[in-house]
Ligand binder design. Structure first.
Ligand code: GTP
Ligand code: MN
Ligand code: MN
Length: 404
């Protein structure tokens, strides 16, 4: 029996955009479980349930210590009956039957594999599963029609499901920077998404590009893409006008310069770093020397790895020297830059909560383009993220604390 007086009670504001959520999460078991249920709901196109689980997980991510008793959760926002039941199961039995059976379910596994292909969403995956396609082999054999994105996604499946490291993100940043400077001197590149929030790995690398002189960014994306393509950096790209919030914008539907907001979904061909290649060779030499020093070592060594090492010394390495990495590029006019930066930094739930706060609490419409005040019937300008938070009546939350 836990003494009530010793139980740490937590207090958390309702909206994720009012909270400081760093990457150090004291409740990963619980948040992993709730995130899995959220993912399952999203993959089943039950977005309402998905958001409910995401919000519950986000509350636990914001807690300063591990939850040890249900009583600590009293009064916390966003914890519905379903989420509470899952938390209780895990606290009492170390696991939740619902989470475990979801993880094991053939449908969930198939949805994960199929939507893990770049270009494949929940709808397509569901259709394929109904046609008896549950894995990549069956998909390849089925003759199902694939669009260009899906073909590229399937081709680079193994690379793309591997997390991108910060070092790889930095290498890609250098390439994108060179591309942008070459086609438009003075243009600026900012790393956004999870890496801007301080994450050490990600599923892709996100960039926002602008120019300090309004209008200079027009036509920039095709030039960047052409430069990258001509240098052989792109395995796939599709450039589209951004239409993310266009429909929803309603009265907040901004001016004509919205047409300039362009986005490129791409797959980069990232060469292995030269230093890394050299290091591999050095190690190989050392191994060879030490092998020579020991008389019995020829027999001790795994013959295959030995011949591989020797092979590497004399010939170019047999392994591939590059890998595929997902990269998102967005171009924004400087007048919308702060909104675009805020909108593309994430996390997804933090963004969703910012818009919910804007709408419900402030009667404003926030998008990655603008902030519209419905009561004053006017746009609120902002040159920085700080100004947007101030317009919204929120304390400024830096990117590293937006990991809701
Ligand atoms: P990982 O890439 O998995 O590390 O996480 P991430 O937070 O970087 O996620 P992701 O790259 O999917 O998205 C980055 C940010 O861009 C998030 O805040 C998304 O809400 C936002 N985002 C993604 N797609 C769109 C879009 O089509 N339009 C706009 N405006 N924002 C988007
Ligand atoms: Mn990302
Ligand atoms: Mn992205």
């Amino acid at each position: 029996q836990i003494n009530e007086a010793e139980v740490v009670l937590f207090s958390v504001p309702s909206y994720a955009c009012q909270r400081r959520t760093t990457l150090d999460n004291h409740n990963t078991t619980l948040t992993d479980a709730l995130s899995l249920l959220a993912e399952n709901a999203e993959l089943s196109e039950e977005d309402g349930r998905g958001v409910a689980f995401r919000r519950a997980a986000a509350v636990l991510k914001a807690l300063p210590a591990p939850v040890t008793a249900m009583s600590q959760l009293r009064g916390l926002p966003c914890l519905g009956d379903h989420s509470l039941r899952v938390i209780k199961d895990i606290l009492e039995n170390e696991a939740s039957d619902e989470v475990e059976s979801t993880k094991q379910s053939e449908r969930f596994k198939a949805l994960k594999v199929l939507t893990g292909i770049f270009g494949v969403g929940a709808k397509t995956a569901d259709r394929w599963i109904r046609d008896g396609i549950h894995n990549l082999h069956q998909l390849r054999e089925s003759g199902a029609a694939l669009n260009r994105a899906q073909q590229a996604g399937l081709e680079h499946y193994d690379d793309l499901k591997q997390q991108v490291t910060k070092a790889e993100a930095d290498a890609i940043t250098e390439i994108v920077q060179e591309a942008v400077i070459s086609v438009l001197p003075g243009a600026q590149v900012v790393l956004t998404g999870g890496f801007r929030r301080g994450k050490q790995t990600g599923h892709d690398v996100d960039f926002l590009i602008t120019h300090p002189e309004e209008g200079r960014e027009v036509g920039l994306m095709p030039k960047i893409v052409f430069w990258l393509e001509s240098k052989g950096f792109l395995l796939y790209q599709k450039t589209t006008r951004n239409s993310y919030l266009e429909v929803k914008d309603g009265p907040g539907r901004p001016s004509s310069n919205m047409d300039r907001f362009e986005r490129c979904l791409s797959i980069f061909k990232l060469a292995e770093k030269e230093e890394r290649a050299i290091k591999v060779t050095e190690n190989t030499v050392k191994t060879k020397d030490s092998v020579r020093d020991h008389t019995q070592s020829e027999t001790d060594q795994d013959p295959q790895s030995h011949s591989y090492e020797r092979h590497e010394l004399t010939n170019p390495p047999v392994h591939r020297r590059w890998r595929a990495v997902r990269v998102d590029l967005v171009v924004s006019p400087i007048s919308q830059f702060a909104f675009a930066l805020l909108g593309w930094t994430g996390s997804k739930l933090f963004e969703r909560e910012l818009r919910r706060w804007a709408g419900h609490v402030k009667a404003m419409s926030l998008s990655s383009h603008a902030l519209y005040d419905n009561k004053q019937s006017r746009y609120l300008r902002a040159a920085s993220e700080e100004e947007i938070f101030a317009h919204l009546g929120l304390e400024y939350i830096p990117p590293s604390e937006r990991n809701a």
